[in-house]
Design a protein around this ligand. Structure first.
Ligand code: GLP
Length: 242
């Protein structure tokens, strides 16, 4: 793992955008795995700025998003579809047929999950997977458990995740209890991984990710087994790794 400890969220976002844009510049038809949540917001803003300044283009890029809440339709302001279209897809030259993101209102879930993994394979696999991290060490929505799922699957969200994500909803009751998420092998098969974290509330998860035992109880700790992971964190998230 390469670990970059930067001053603050702004620097994390700049670094993350430069990793993603370099990937696209070196390989214009890159397959990107994308994450949502508050952490990559600054990175998306910077990528949009770079696109507007004609420093990077997305015309050949293919994207696969990590996850989505079940029960929220794509127009719901807290859906990850809404987030992605608002923060990136509608702002750059990425055509609809190159965007892949699970929808929260699909009926045939099992079929969808299988097809999603096959689609990633047909695209040649993910070149660069961007990840945030939950306070409990989850990545995507792969929650701590005694076993982890390999492919894209339906998840019952952990109470800690429901509580952490309730800040985006009017009440705790409105937070969906289920989600669809890429599995651990979908993530681990990416050629490169970029893990981002900011803030003191992520310090414990970051410590357990990079220096703790590898355990399914901290899904991000499995990233220690991946040959090409870049971790970009601010000082607060790096507090416990010195
Ligand atoms: C969410 C998402 C993750 C995200 C994480 C952290 O539940 N499913 O993909 O990385 O939680 O979110 P945030 O960046 O808002 O702290």
């Amino acid at each position: 793992m390469r670990i970059h400890i930067l001053k603050d969220y702004e620097e994390v976002s700049t670094k993350a955008a430069s990793v993603v844009s370099s990937q696209i510049i070196l390989k214009p038809n890159s397959v990107l795995g994308l994450a949502t949540g508050s952490t990559p917001l600054g990175m998306y803003q910077k990528l949009v700025e770079m696109y507007n300044d004609q420093m990077v283009g997305f015309s050949e890029v293919i994207t696969f998003n990590l996850d989505e809440y079940l029960g929220l339709n794509p127009e719901h302001p807290q859906s990850y579809n809404y987030y992605m279209y608002n923060n990136l897809f509608n702002k750059v030259n990425l055509s609809e047929d190159r965007i892949n993101i699970p929808s929260g209102d699909i009926d045939k879930l099992e079929e969808f999950c299988k097809e999603y993994d096959q689609k990633i394979d047909r695209a040649g696999g993910i070149d660069l997977q961007v990840l945030g991290i939950g306070t409990n060490g989850h990545i995507g929505f792969n929650e701590p458990d005694h076993i982890l799922k390999t492919g894209t699957h339906v998840v019952e969200l952990a109470q800690e995740t429901i509580e952490a994500n309730s800040r985006f909803f009017d009440s705790l009751d409105e937070v969906p209890r289920r989600a669809i998420s890429m599995g651990m092998s979908s993530i681990m098969r990416a050629k490169k991984i970029l893990l981002l974290a900011s803030g003191e509330n992520k310090a414990e998860a970051i410590k357990r990710t990079i220096s703790g035992e590898i355990t399914t109880e901290v899904p991000a700790s499995l990233l220690q087994l991946h040959p090409d992971v870049t971790v970009v964190v601010d000082k607060k998230a790096a507090k416990l790794i010195g």
